[in-house]
Design a protein around this ligand. Structure first.
Ligand code: PLP
Length: 485
C-alpha cells in the first residue's frame, strides 16, 4: 500500500497516475458536444449504488474506467459554450495547474509552520485585492471557502463592532442588517448563525433595475434608529445573483456613515470588474466599504473554491482570533510569526490562493479582466437580441453578464400557463442536454436566466438557445391545447 503514498520513491507513479487523469479529462473536453448528457437521477443512481467501496479496484486505470461511467460521462461541463445557467465558470489553465500543485504539496494555510511561502503568497494576493478595491493602508483579509463564508465572517465582524449596550454587550435582538430584497440568501443564513433575532434582516425594495432603493434604505435606517434598534450593517450587493445588478454604492456609503452602520459589499459576482479594462467604474464606491466579499471562483475564472473576505481595518479581524497552545499560541503574535488561522473561521485550510497566483503570473490581471469584459459585452448583445424578439420579455439591461427573460407567446394570455411553458422549456432543454439555462421568479412569475461566464459563447449560441427554448415552450402549449380539447 505504501506505493500509493506520494513521496520520493513514488515520483514515477505520481507522474503516471496524474497524467492518466489529465489525459482522460483532456479527451473529454475535446469530444464533449453538449454541456450535459441529460442523464436522469434514476438512470445514474444504480451505477453509483453498484460500486462496492469495500472492494477496491487496486488499479488506477480500472478506477478511471469506472469514473468514466459514474462521473465523467454525465458531468455538467462548464467549458461548453451552451452552458448558460449558474454562476460557475469555465476555468483558466494556469489556475488548474495551481490546483494540481497545491494538492500535491498539501500546504495548510492555518499556520506558518504548515505552509511557509504559501502564507506570504496568500497575504500578497490579499494585499493586491485590497489595493484594487482601494480599501486603504490598514486593510487586510483572508481567503475563504466561498461567498457564503465570506459574508458570514464579514457580518460576524460587523456584529462584534456594533455599539455595545449599557451592560457592555450588544443586545442581539436589537441588531438590524439591511439588504435588498434580491440580496443573496446567505445574508439571512448568516444572521441566523450569528444569533440575531428572526427580524434581524430588513429587506429593502429594489428599483426597476433591481438596485437597492436608497430612499427606502434611508427611511428604514431612520425608522429603526428611532425605535431604539441598532443598525449593525448594510449589505450592498455588487452583482446580484439573479440579475447582476449593482446597488448604488456611494449613496449607501453615505447612509452607512450617517448611521454608524458597517458597510459590507457582497461582490461575490461583481468582483470581476476589479480586473476589468472597460467597466471598473460600475463598482465605484466599493472603496468605502468596511468589508468586501469576492468570489474569484465566479468571475476570475478560478476553479472552486477560491474566495476571500477583505476588511478596511485589519484590527477587526481579531474578532475571529482564538489561540490554541498546540497550534498558534499567543506568543507567536509577539514573535511576528504569521499564522493565518488568527484571521480565519477555518482551521485546516486549502492553499486556494496559489490558483490566483499562477493566473496572475501567467496571464496577468488584464487577461482576466479582458475575459470578463467579453462576457459583459456578450450580455449587452444578448439583451439587444431579446429586446428585439417579440417572443420574449426581458427584465433588466445587464450591468454584468446576466439576462433574465421569459417566453411570452402572443397567443396565450393566462400568466400561469406561460409560467408552466417556461418551466417546461427549462426542464426539457436540460433533459436534452443541448443547453443548460437557469430560472428564477420575478414578481411571482417564472423567468429563465442566462448567466454568461464563457467568452467562447457567441450571440449565435444565444440565438440558437432562444430558438430551442421557444420550440420546447411551443410544444408544451400545443400539447396543453390538445389536453384541453
Ligand atoms: C454566489 C453568491 C454568494 C455565495 O457564494 P458561494 O461562493 O456560492 O458560497 C453570495 N453572494 C452573491 C451575490 C453570490 O452571487
Amino acid at each position: 500500500m505504501r506505493s500509493h503514498l506520494l513521496n520520493d520513491t513514488t515520483a514515477e507513479q505520481y507522474r503516471r497516475s496524474v497524467t492518466q487523469g489529465v489525459e482522460r479529462v483532456a479527451a473529454k473536453l475535446a469530444t464533449t458536444d453538449r454541456p450535459f448528457t441529460g442523464v436522469t437521477v434514476d438512470a445514474l443512481a444504480p451505477l453509483i449504488d453498484a460500486v462496492d467501496l469495500d472492494r477496491p479496484l487496486g488499479d488506477t486505470t480500472a478506477a478511471l474506467d469506472e469514473l468514466e461511467d459514474v462521473y465523467l460521462r454525465d458531468a455538467i461541463y462548464f467549458h461548453h459554450p451552451r452552458y448558460l445557467a449558474h454562476l460557475n465558470c469555465p476555468v483558466v489553465i494556469p489556475a488548474v495547474l495551481g490546483e494540481a500543485v497545491l494538492s500535491a504539496v498539501n500546504s495548510s494555510l492555518d499556520t506558518w509552520d504548515q505552509s511557509a511561502g504559501g502564507t506570504l503568497i496568500e497575504r500578497k494576493l490579499i494585499d493586491w485585492t485590497t489595493r484594487r478595491i482601494g480599501l486603504g493602508p490598514a486593510a487586510d483579509g483572508v481567503f475563504t471557502s466561498g461567498g457564503t463564508q465570506s459574508n458570514l465572517q464579514a457580518l460576524l465582524l460587523a456584529r462584534e463592532e456594533a455599539k455595545p449596550g449599557r451592560d457592555g454587550r450588544a443586545d442581539l435582538t436589537k441588531l438590524r442588517v439591511f439588504a435588498s430584497e434580491v440580496s443573496h440568501f446567505s445574508v439571512k443564513k448568516s444572521a441566523k448563525l450569528l444569533g440575531l433575532g428572526p427580524d434581524a434582516v430588513v429587506s429593502i425594495p429594489v428599483d426597476h433595475d433591481k438596485r437597492l432603493q436608497t430612499v427606502a434604505l434611508a427611511h428604514e435606517l431612520a425608522r429603526c434608529t428611532e425605535a431604539g434598534l441598532v443598525p449593525m450593517a448594510v449589505v450592498a450587493t455588487a452583482g446580484t445573483t439573479d440579475f447582476g445588478s449593482i446597488d448604488p454604492l456611494p449613496e449607501i456609503a453615505e447612509l452607512c456613515q450617517r448611521y454608524g452602520a458597517w458597510m459590507h459589499v457582497d461582490a461575490a459576482y461583481g468582483c470581476g470588474l476589479l480586473a476589468s479594462l472597460k467597466y471598473r467604474d460600475r463598482i465605484d464606491g466599493i472603496e468605502r466599504a468596511d468589508s468586501v466579499t469576492v468570489d474569484y471562483h465566479k468571475s476570475f475564472f478560478q476553479p472552486v473554491s477560491s474566495s476571500a473576505v477583505l476588511v478596511r481595518d485589519a484590527a477587526t479581524l481579531r474578532h475571529a482570533t482564538y489561540h490554541a497552545e498546540y497550534l498558534n499560541p499567543r506568543r507567536m503574535v509577539e514573535e511576528r510569526i504569521p499564522n493565518q488561522v488568527d484571521k480565519s473561521l477555518q482551521t485546516t485550510r486549502r492553499f486556494d490562493a496559489l490558483k490566483l497566483w499562477m493566473t496572475l503570473r501567467v496571464m496577468g490581471a488584464d487577461g482576466i479582466g479582458q475575459l470578463f469584459d467579453e462576457v459583459c459585452d456578450l450580455a449587452a448583445e444578448g439583451w439587444k437580441l431579446l429586446a428585439a424578439d417579440p417572443r420574449y420579455d426581458v427584465v433588466v439591461e445587464p450591468s454584468l453578464s446576466t439576462l433574465v427573460f421569459r417566453y411570452v407567446p402572443a397567443s396565450v394570455t393566462d400568466p400561469a400557463e406561460i409560467d408552466r411553458a417556461n418551466l417546461y422549456a427549462r426542464k426539457a432543454l436540460f433533459a436534452s442536454g443541448d443547453a443548460v439555462v437557469a430560472g428564477t421568479k420575478v414578481a411571482g412569475r417564472h423567468y429563465l436566466k442566462f448567466t454568461l461566464l464563457n467568452p467562447e459563447t457567441t450571440t449565435a449560441d444565444i440565438s440558437a438557445v432562444l430558438d430551442l427554448i421557444a420550440g420546447h415552450a411551443e410544444q408544451y402549449l400545443g400539447e396543453s391545447l390538445d389536453r384541453a380539447c
